[in-house]
Write a protein that binds this ligand. Structure first.
Ligand SMILES: C[S@@+](CC[C@H](N)C(=O)[O-])C[C@H]1O[C@@H](n2cnc3c(N)ncnc32)[C@H](O)[C@@H]1O
Length: 246
């Protein structure tokens, strides 16, 4: 099969891949993902039209948000890391993470969906900490970050790099899980998670996520409210939407 040939539905669904995103393929047919963001597509309040704009999806995984940005007219690039274990994994947990990801080929889902949709979105393996305009083919008008900062040791540094790829005045859209209990408090707080899970470093509260964005140099930070997203294990994660300008 050529690099761009559309896969047969049964080949796409039968591919050896642990799907993260539930994605519509055809009426009544979806990928078997771990998280169904379809009811929350309005959550991040993305601009209705991104015609003529370049958009970057950071930590794209199977590309749910990358394909949504493209649907709205943007030229899209998605980045993720192909490294196993991912770069922010503490050394003490490498073996555990490697065992969990045994046989996984990062980017499989994105590539299958790109060909299925006949999409022009591109995926590159770029660590967010090494993000530069050159790494993504030039500056972008919009950076989207969804459910990613919680997995990083240094969320502010990642946000600084995101800001560095935006054109002056460009827009950051964040759709990130926050800690529900800590968000009842107004001071900025984050719960350290890495002692109890291998994937997550922080659950920030609402004020903390906002302060991370401000600390990274963004201006006009707007809190556009929360949504409760339920994953396939029934776990409810409160997501906060923030918009800001570079
Ligand atoms: C929980 S998934 C979120 C997927 C998607 N952004 C969403 O909102 O549904 C986190 C993604 O961030 C990626 N990621 C983790 N560390 C990264 C890093 N240092 N640079 C780029 N991507 C990273 C992971 O590989 C994974 O695909």
């Amino acid at each position: 099969m050529s690099q761009d040939e559309r896969p047969a539905l049964e080949d796409l669904l039968g591919a050896k891949h642990r799907w993260y995103h539930v994605v519509d393929l055809a009426p009544g047919v979806t990928t078997p993902g771990w998280i169904d963001l379809r009811p929350h597509v309005g959550g991040p309040q993305l601009p209705a039209s991104l015609q003529g704009q370049r958009a970057l999806d950071v930590g794209t995984f199977d590309g749910f948000w990358a394909f949504e940005l493209e649907r709205r007219g943007a030229e899209v690039i998605g980045i993720d890391v192909d490294q196993i274990p991912p770069p922010d994994t503490p050394q003490s947990r490498w073996a555990e993470v490697q065992a969990e990801l045994d046989g996984a080929v990062p980017g499989t889902g994105f590539e299958l969906l790109r060909r299925w949709f006949g999409s022009s979105a591109e995926r590159r393996s770029v660590n967010v900490y090494e993000l530069t305009p050159e790494a993504v083919g030039g500056p972008v008008d919009l950076v989207f970050i969804g459910a990613m900062l919680l997995h990083l040791r240094d969320p502010v540094r990642a946000l600084e790099q995101a800001r560095a790829v935006l054109r002056p005045g460009g827009r950051l859209v964040l759709f990130e899980p926050i800690d529900r209990k800590l968000s009842k408090r107004s001071e900025p707080l984050a719960r350290l998670m890495i002692g109890s899970t291998i994937w997550t470093w922080w659950y920030a509260n609402r004020a903390c996520l906002t302060d991370w964005v401000k600390a990274a140099g963004f201006t006009d930070v707007e809190d556009l409210g929360t949504r409760d997203v339920v994953d396939s294990t029934g776990n409810k994660q409160r997501h906060l939407t923030l918009h800001a300008r570079a």
